[in-house]
Ligand binder design. Structure first.
Ligand code: GLV
Length: 325
């Protein structure tokens, strides 16, 4: 008998076809997210699930899914999955690293350039008919080129962001839980600094750390105060890494110049004060959202799932201990 698989959100046809060759698939091409009760009911008789960051995979859910062997997340971040609970129940959890580094780095750069040159604000002004002619001191932005870029979190995506900085002839600083190898630092032309130094010296602070209890509100009122008043903050990683209420206050009061945000606390219900501010560029969690990358992410998750259900080790297994159970 083929294993039973739930795919919790709409995916590409090729993803469903591939999973369908290996399992009996229940999809959700209507794409209405399952509430926790519906998810638990649908997963109760399943061997595997392809899930997304909109699905919470935790102990309460797993208790009701005795057959489940694998949860394959279509995302590199996996803060929606309780890894310890999965391991305790012998459920393999996987993510999709690698395939989205470039697209996600591009979006961080789009936010950086957009915030520096006020692109979304100015587009609103053009559309509103406010542009009456050229003026020397009109709607001035700040330069990205030759500025200091501070990257918080030097994993794969942080490194990809750093590589792009060479083209803008920027000075690159970074902070990371552990310092990266010196040859990599050299290749990236990046200098390791403390958190405080990074905040104090950077013109652009880009956050690229995963969300966890340790990184919750990594940037709050105190950290924003440490930044230059001319600096721009970019959050393209996860809501919750920034204290959004503190950021709103900092943007309103000129504590920092601007921000570019792709992720929010309690998204999609973002803090309404952001909508009233001109000095923030807002994007709807689309860091990896290009056609090619989203296809690659979905297929990566599918391959992880199929490998696990076939009794193998999925390429992107997050909790190898789960296999031993
Ligand atoms: C998207 O946010 C991801 O973690 O892949």
């Amino acid at each position: 008998m083929k294993p039973k698989v739930l795919v919790t959100r709409e995916v590409f046809d090729e993803t469903l076809d591939y999973v369908g060759q290996h399992g009996d698939v229940e999809g959700n091409q209507g794409d209405v997210p399952f509430d926790p009760e519906t998810l638990a009911r649908r997963l109760a008789d399943k061997d595997g699930v392809i899930c997304c960051l909109t699905d919470r995979i935790d102990a309460t859910l797993l208790e009701r899914c005795p057959r489940l062997r694998v949860a394959a997340n279509i995302a590199v971040g996996y803060n929606n999955i309780d890894l310890a609970a999965c391991t305790a129940r012998g459920v393999m959890a996987t993510n999709t690293p690698g395939v989205l580094d470039d697209s996600t780095a591009d979006l961080a750069w789009a936010l950086m350039l957009g915030a520096a040159r006020r692109l979304t604000e100015l587009e609103r002004r053009v559309r509103a008919g406010e542009w009456t002619g050229w003026r020397l001191k009109q709607w001035l932005g700040v330069d990205v080129h030759h500025a200091t870029l501070g990257i918080f979190g030097m994993g794969r995506i942080g490194q990809t962001i750093a590589r792009r900085a060479a083209g803008f002839e920027m000075k690159v600083l970074y902070h990371n839980r552990t310092r990266v190898a010196s040859d990599l630092e050299k290749r990236l032309n990046a200098t390791y600094v403390t958190k405080d130094e990074l905040l104090r010296q950077s013109d652009f602070v880009v956050l690229q750390v995963p969300y966890s209890p340790e990184t919750h509100h990594l940037i709050g009122a105190a950290e924003l105060k440490q930044m230059k008043s001319s600096a721009v903050l970019i959050n393209s990683t996860r809501g919750g890494v920034v204290d959004d209420a503190a950021l709103v206050a900092a943007l309103k009061n000129g504590v920092i110049r601007g921000a570019g945000l792709d992720v929010f606390e309690n998204e999609p219900k973002l803090n309404p004060a952001f909508l009233m501010l001109d000095n923030v560029v807002l994007a709807p969690h689309v860091g990896s959202s290009t056609e090619a990358t989203r296809r690659a992410m979905a297929m990566t998750a599918a391959k992880n799932l199929v490998a696990a259900l076939a009794g193998g080790t999925p390429p992107n297994l997050l909790n190898p201990e789960a296999r031993k159970r």
